[in-house]
Write a protein that binds this ligand. Structure first.
Ligand code: BUP
Length: 472
């Protein structure tokens, strides 16, 4: 027997992107591949500290120096930091190409799999003569919107290369402007929808402030380089979109999700080993009634204003439902410490809920006490929730979150968007989510769909196998 096939994985250096990259590495290693994950040094240090749980697998960690860490908030309030961060990633091409050259000398590399947001990795792979594969860590619906730019480009309607941001905006027929009720139609596999559901970076204001068009056009350039796009979604969840994507990127777009361990698959043990202090929230859940707790989290990047935070906390308390909330200071930078302290004190008096700065989210969503999730609709949260049968109340903040809320929560009837964000609106929506047997039963159906797709001979399992088999 020869040495195992070797792949290099390059995640985008932010919380919501590193974890699915690690899960993908574990799946590949479980199939006998040798995997090297390359992270920027700050992420590398965190991972090596907590790496015990996969010591037995053939996964190595490498690092590449990068000074900047992912900024908090990719919303309009923090565009300068976000742009600087994207620039720093783009500037990694040279260093990454050098590392790939050295690595392939000691152990030949079948391909470099990089997050779709990572703009230097495919360029570096091409320079090192290694095939590049894209890891799409979002919904297929979002991919339909995103990749349609390339088909427009191919038709000469929206030439990406050499065009300025302004001309991209003028040439692209479906970019949102201030009229978010405009209908977006003719996108692969998607019924016409209002422009408000486009990812936030399609908004003219966002584009103009961020220079985001530069990264957007670069990310489309990688379509030419990538030999395959592994999508962390489920074929049976979005079949029309997966089928239609075959016209956009023929033969390239395949489902491989969900990649994380499903119920009974050791998520609690793994997550607890990552952060032992997070056991506290699981112990609190052990003492609650089945399906009685609303889990509340806005992920690792979104932030709320002081006014939003006040309405949210008042709405949660008024709902009279038990809740477990993740709220670090970063979630509400305008709110001072006494706000959180007083909120925590009120909760410990009333017993209405628990507020912590971090939870082992997968294990929380797999806990029998959790009956609903108030979420920012980040893709990982959305996929983790539905794959564990938990219905959602969506409070999308930025990026693809609007899109997930519309095409997944609402169209799949496993949740609803929270539109009235006053304390009364919030408490009414929570009560209606927690009481909805229809949404819970739809979510349980999706849980079964996810389990089936990931199980041996399921669609995602077979796709990942075929991909591994195709590697040279
Ligand atoms: Br907060 C938090 N515990 O306390 P998303 C997050 N997570 O395990 P994001 C925890 O981080 P984008 C916590 O399970 C998920 O895998 C969670 O990813 C985990 O949101 C991940 O949901 C969060 O995609 O990214 O990080 O805000 O902005 O891309 O949506």
């Amino acid at each position: 027997m020869g040495s195992p096939k070797h792949v290099i994985l390059v995640p985008f250096p932010a919380q919501g992107h590193v974890l699915p990259g690690v899960y993908l590495a574990r799946k590949l290693a479980a199939q006998g591949l040798s995997v090297t994950i390359i992270n920027i040094d700050s992420i590398h240090e965190n991972l090596t500290r907590t790496w015990k749980h996969i010591e037995h697998q053939d996964i190595r960690l490498e690092s590449i120096p990068m000074r900047l860490k992912a900024p908090k908030g990719f919303g309009a309030e923090n565009l300068n930091d976000a742009t600087a961060f994207m620039d720093a990633i783009y500037d990694l091409e040279e260093a990454l190409a050098a590392l790939l050259e050295i690595t392939k000398l000691s152990h030949p590399v079948s391909c470099v799999i990089s997050d779709f947001y990572h703009l230097s990795a495919p360029l570096a792979a091409a320079r090192a003569g290694i095939p590049s594969v894209c890891f799409w860590s979002g919904a297929a619906a979002w991919a339909s919107i995103h990749y349609s730019h390339s088909s427009l480009a191919a038709a000469g309607l929206c030439p990406v290369e050499g065009k300025t941001l302004r001309s991209l905006l003028e040439l692209t027929p479906f970019l949102a402007d201030s009229d978010t009720s405009k209908l977006v139609s003719n996108l692969p596999g998607l019924k016409p929808f209002r422009a408000e559901y486009l990812p936030s970076y399609y908004r003219k204001e966002f584009y103009e402030k961020s220079g985001g068009g530069k990264y957007f056009s670069l990310s489309l350039r990688r379509v030419e380089i990538d030999s395959c796009i592994l999508a962390n979604s489920i074929y049976e969840l979005e079949p029309q979109v997966f089928d239609a994507m075959q016209q956009v990127v023929p033969g390239k777009f395949v489902s491989v999700g969900p990649l994380f361990p499903l119920k009974g698959g050791g998520a609690s043990e793994m997550e607890a080993s990552l952060r032992p202090e997070s056991r506290e929230s699981l112990e609190w859940l052990d003492n609650q009634a089945p399906n009685s707790v609303l889990y509340v989290s806005f992920g690792s990047v979104a932030s709320l204003t002081r006014a939003e935070m006040e309405e949210l906390t008042q709405g949660l308390e008024a709902s009279q439902k038990q809740f477990l909330m993740v709220a670090s200071r970063d979630l509400a930078p305008e709110v001072n410490e006494s706000f959180f302290r007083e909120f925590g004190e009120r909760l410990s008096r009333s017993g209405a809920g628990m507020v912590v700065s971090w939870v082992p989210q997968l294990a929380v969503l797999q806990h029998g006490s959790v009956g609903g999730f108030l979420t920012h609709c980040g893709w990982n949260s959305t996929l983790e929730s539905m794959s564990n049968g938990v219905p959602m109340l969506g409070w999308p903040c930025h990026s693809d979150q609007n899109t997930n809320c519309k095409f997944i929560l609402e169209d799949q009837e496993i949740g609803m968007e929270l539109r009235d964000k006053t304390r009364t609106g919030i408490s009414m929506a929570i009560r209606s989510l927690m009481a909805s047997e229809e949404m819970r039963s739809r979510a349980s159906h999706i849980e079964r769909v996810a389990r089936e797709a990931a199980s041996e001979n399921g669609s995602s399992y077979k796709n990942l196998h075929a991909f591994i088999h195709s590697l040279k």
